[in-house]
Design a protein around this ligand. Structure first.
Ligand SMILES: NC(=O)C[C@H](N)C(=O)O
Length: 335
């Protein structure tokens, strides 16, 4: 029996066409793709393609789009062996992270891809990325959300966009790739997550619930205050220095952070470094955060920390419960 794959086109460069203002998403991707693939389509897994009613440049992504994607997949989950989500690269890592937390108990491949140059252009990376994604979406050894780009298979919640214009735009700086595509498709089977039993979440996200802030030298306390004290904010992703160090000598700044924690805002601390983990306590500056109840975000990427906090805030009301859940490893997102 041949595998059947559902492709969901959400927008992004892969299906864009030129306009006077630059590239814009364009409906009718299925027809353009089948024309491009021609007879080669017969060698691929059988696929159906559905698209968002409103295609987006992924710069316009909001958390509501994550729920929309889950709804569209969930409705057809048992009709297909695997799924490809075509997405813009700008916020692909956010969506890959969010889907990994929302598609709880995932038991088949969900491969997210896109491209740096549209399929409509002579020289493009869209065809290759899509063909590889289709083949991987038919591989039942994969039972998790992955990003596939330029021959790399990455855990979705570990992936980051690391280049603006190179075809090798995605990497997972803190963990090895799950697979590599050269002459052969090589999967690191020992690294893949085991299948679960689907129990998907389709939350009604409050887009205002989470803010993310990098610390910078001389950052005024009032900026921190304005961020966490804005209406609706229940979570703050703080991107501190090195192994998780904030400017603890700034009393007003630390007092603001303490007020945030005391007023029920869940704060997770991650590093501005590309690689490595937060360890609050190596330095006295970082140890100050332990006293306030700031969650140490281990080696989470900013995208995964943001998405994890958003999802957990829809599941738990009590800040203490959110903090406890944040510290757990849910689907390979942190060590
Ligand atoms: N390469 C891309 O897909 C970039 C585009 N702006 C997007 O994220 O939708």
């Amino acid at each position: 029996m041949t595998a059947r794959v559902l492709v969901l086109y959400t927008g992004g460069t892969i299906g864009m066409v030129p306009s006077e203002q630059g590239y814009v998403p364009c409906p009718g991707f299925d027809g353009r793709l089948r024309e491009e693939l021609g007879e080669r389509a017969a060698e691929l897994p059988e696929y159906d393609l559905v698209e968002f009613d409103q295609l987006i440049d992924s710069a316009n992504l909001t958390p509501a789009h994550w729920t929309r994607i889950v709804q569209m997949l969930e409705k057809r989950w048992h009709e297909y062996d695997g799924f490809v989500v075509l997405h813009g690269t700008d916020t692909m890592a956010y969506t890959a992270s969010a889907l990994s937390f929302l598609l709880r108990g995932c038991d088949r491949p969900v491969i997210i891809t896109g491209s740096q140059i549209p399929l409509s252009q002579l020289r493009n990376d869209g065809v290759d990325n899509l063909v590889t994604a289709l083949l991987l979406a038919a591989d039942r050894r994969i039972t998790e959300v992955c990003v596939c780009f330029n021959g790399r298979l990455l855990r979705g919640n570990r992936a980051r966009k690391v280049r603006t214009s190179g075809f090798d735009a995605f990497d997972s700086p803190n963990v090895p790739w799950l697979g590599q595509v050269g002459i052969d498709i090589e999967l690191q089977e020992d690294l893949l997550l085991p299948p679960g039993t689907p129990d998907f979440l389709q939350p009604d996200f409050d887009p205002a619930a989470v803010v993310m802030l990098p610390v910078f030298p001389g950052m005024p306390a009032r900026l921190l205050e304005a961020a966490w004290n804005a209406p609706g904010v229940r979570g703050l992703v703080l991107q501190s220095y090195g192994v998780g160090n904030p400017p603890d000598a700034d009393e007003a700044w630390m007092a603001s952070l303490e007020r945030a924690c005391n007023q029920g805002v869940t704060v997770i601390n991650i590093s501005q470094c590309q690689q490595g983990a937060v360890c609050q306590g190596v330095y006295a500056t970082g140890a100050a955060l332990n006293r306030l109840g700031v969650v140490a975000g281990a080696d989470l990427t900013p995208e995964a920390a943001f998405a994890k906090l958003h999802v957990l805030l829809t599941q738990h009301r009590e800040p203490q419960a959110v903090r406890q859940a944040l510290a757990q490893v849910l689907c390979g997102e942190q060590n």
